[in-house]
Design a protein around this ligand. Sequence first.
Ligand code: TXA
Ligand code: MG
Length: 340
Amino acid sequence: MQTLRLTTSEQDLSVAADIIRRGGLVAFPTETVYGLGGNALDSDASHKIYSAKGRPSDNPLIIHVAHPDDIEKYAVTDDRARLLSAIFMPGPLTLVLKKRDIVPYATTGGLDSVAVRCPSHPTARRLIELTGLPIAAPSANTSGKPSPTSARHVLEDMDGLIDAVIADGDCEIGLESSIVSLLEDKPVLLRPGAVTLEQLKDIFGVDGVSADESLLRKISQDAPVLAPGMKYRHYAPKAPVTVVKGDYEKVGEYLLARQSEGYGILCFDGDKKLLTGRNALSMGKAEDASSQAKLLFTCLRSFDALNVDRIYSRAPSPDGIGLAVLNRLLKASGFDVLEV
Ligand code: TXA
Ligand code: MG
């Protein structure tokens, strides 16, 4: 199959919408990462998405809507959902709610719940509006690889496997949406993102929201997981990753020694010594987690081209969106953490 390259012109977006209405797949930008979109109400389209990504079909998809009010059509909402939607939508928040019958089990991986989000990216919203449908979209990467934050990343993984990609620059946030489950009395943060745990605690109280225990530590393969996607190895470059924790100076020295052995190094802008050497990439400013969020996946993909045998990384501090950066990095490492 030839993958069409589309722009954000109204004419191209109509072409994209037509493809989706006819059951095809189009990758499109959102403010978080690029998504691989298909008609969420069409089981065949969902099967095509799983197959293009090489993704296990028990890992449910997120449904994207053009307006927050549309969530009600596909999921059963409550006061908490309406509150979160009023504060954060459109934006980088996904809610897990009880699904309505119209949503096929192929889209929800067989679950009675559904993940729904309303992206803020104007291209994404216009595309959804033009299709007149909810769009099921996982991140537009091959399963297991870092999520794409540019059309180039999408094409690295999906060229020839999908009908089209809409190119629209780099994603502003760079990490996937925060996922909050509202299936139980207490909201649970299943995946951290730009909507932070701190913000949720401000709304629900410190004890009024919990963070899934798998966010920062390895859980056993047999343990029940709330977001099925979390049991798979994720965000991984070809080379294994080790996250190095400890005193800032000491970690710097440790990384310098590993660099002299030829290994890949993921560090911060301030690591001048490391960055003048070989195979070292900066994921942004140490004190600015948003800059790290924006660059992390691009860095992880860049290491593939450097052909290093192993990557050693600094650990971002887990405040604000830093929790999301650390979570993705730990998953990329398979929770291989070294204390120095
Ligand atoms: O920012 C994002 O959310 C991006 C853009 C494209 O919108 N999408 C994205 O989708 O990251 P994906 O499929 O890569 O990740 C969806 C996650 C998976 O971990 C999946 O298991 C979880 O959401 N999920 C989906 N439906 C769920 C459900 N009903 N219950 C629990 N977790 C669910
Ligand atoms: Mg994904």
